[in-house]
Design a binder for this molecule. Structure first.
Ligand SMILES: [Cu+2]
Length: 132
């Protein structure tokens, strides 16, 4: 009876030691996983200066008129629950149909005025003015 009790105690302490190891191990893994995520978060604001978002919502481009410097990247994002698209009047660029949440990215390198509309709803219009 005594020996059996001792065996139980030993098994229990082994189990506890194993549990402690597992907990330490997962804590270390969590720290490892968190570390790489910190790097892009720091780098993001540097790029943000020449990035502009045009939101497509309620059948309008917002902002409808946008003035930017050459080299600026404009991201058109559809926030409506029906498809829209972005088509340049002079056929310089054209997006595929954008479903809800889809994005179309265009970098404007040349100066000038770029009038665009939605391929599905041509009354939806916008303009990007690129100048130094
Ligand atoms: Cu549309």
């Amino acid at each position: 009876m005594i020996q059996r009790h001792r065996l139980m105690k030993r098994l229990l302490s082994l189990a506890l030691a194993g549990l402690a190891c597992a907990m330490l191990g997962s804590a270390a893994r969590a720290e490892e996983a968190a570390a790489p995520a910190a790097t892009p978060a720091v780098a993001a604001p540097a790029d943000a200066t020449n990035q502009v978002i045009v939101k497509i919502e309620n059948f309008t481009f917002n902002p409808a008129e946008l003035t930017i410097k050459p080299g600026t990247t404009v991201t058109f994002e559809n926030a409506d629950d029906i498809p829209h698209s972005v088509v340049d009047k002079d056929k310089k660029f054209k997006s595929k149909p954008l479903d809800t949440g889809d994005k179309f990215t265009m970098t404007f390198t040349d100066t000038g005025e770029f009038s665009y509309f939605c391929g599905f709803h041509p009354h939806m219009v916008g303009k990007v003015i690129v100048k130094n």
